[in-house]
Design a protein around this ligand. Structure first.
Ligand SMILES: C[S@@+](CC[C@H](N)C(=O)[O-])C[C@H]1O[C@@H](n2cnc3c(N)ncnc32)[C@H](O)[C@@H]1O
Length: 209
């Protein structure tokens, strides 16, 4: 399980904080069409997108250790998604697989602007993430630092079990929140699909105008 969202390396050297644990749930991750390089933002950890398109993915992550954990195949680069070193309009496809949940809202805003910058006109950004409640929402365990979501990902070629933990946000990170962020960064919404379960997940398909 990855807890890098809890302040990065510092969190990994301290005792594990008490977390609200959601029961494991399955999620099917369907193959998607992409030509050329695919920029995978926060592509360390399980490296799910890199597993699906190893020869196309350029995986960037804030932490070297997260990239070292993920399977070989993609081109891996330590890079902050709020300040990418790519020139403008380099990619036709970008992805973020449960990466936005590790970022604070002010960081997310910069990442949306940067992703719009490095995508070509008409380029797509595919996002998978969880709806993150706030601590005061019904059913959330008081005294916990944040939620942990356990998954069984069903990919076209394999099944991967993992869990992602983060801190409770100040604002609920739900689909309306992300749609507003996307529109504010100039993206068109091609698809926005929420999946119910023990916890809610969603898939967004955005297009750079
Ligand atoms: C849930 S984890 C990994 C999810 C990963 N996509 C997978 O397939 O397992 C989210 C990742 O986002 C990375 N991350 C957080 N903030 C970032 C930033 N500003 N730039 C790049 N990566 C970031 C974290 O280091 C972490 O590895």
């Amino acid at each position: 399980m990855s807890l890098a969202g809890l302040g990065g390396a510092a969190a990994q050297t301290q005792a594990r904080p008490k977390m609200h644990r959601f029961e494991r749930q399955p999620l099917t991750v369907a193959n998607f069409e992409a030509e050329g390089h695919v920029l995978d933002i926060g592509g360390g950890g399980e490296g799910i997108i890199g597993r699906m398109k190893p020869s196309q993915v350029v995986a960037i992550d804030l932490y070297k250790n997260e990239l070292m954990e993920s399977p070989a195949g993609p081109l891996k680069i330590v890079m902050d998604a709020t300040d990418m070193k790519f020139l403008d309009a380099q990619f036709a496809t970008a992805t973020a697989f449960f990466s936005l949940m590790y970022m604070q809202p002010e960081v997310q805003k910069k990442v949306f602007a940067e992703t719009a910058r490095v995508l070509k006109s008409g380029g797509r950004w595919l996002i998978w993430d969880a709806v993150i409640p706030i601590l005061t929402d019904p059913g959330m365990e008081q005294g916990t630092k944040g939620p942990v979501f356990y998954f069984e990902f069903h990919l076209p070629q394999e099944v991967v079990k993992t869990g992602y933990g983060t801190l409770w946000p100040q604002v609920r990170l739900d689909l309306p929140y992300y749609l507003s962020l996307a529109e504010g960064a100039g993206f068109q919404i091609l698809a926005a699909v929420e999946t119910p379960g023990q916890f809610r997940t969603f898939r967004l398909e955005l297009r750079k105008a």
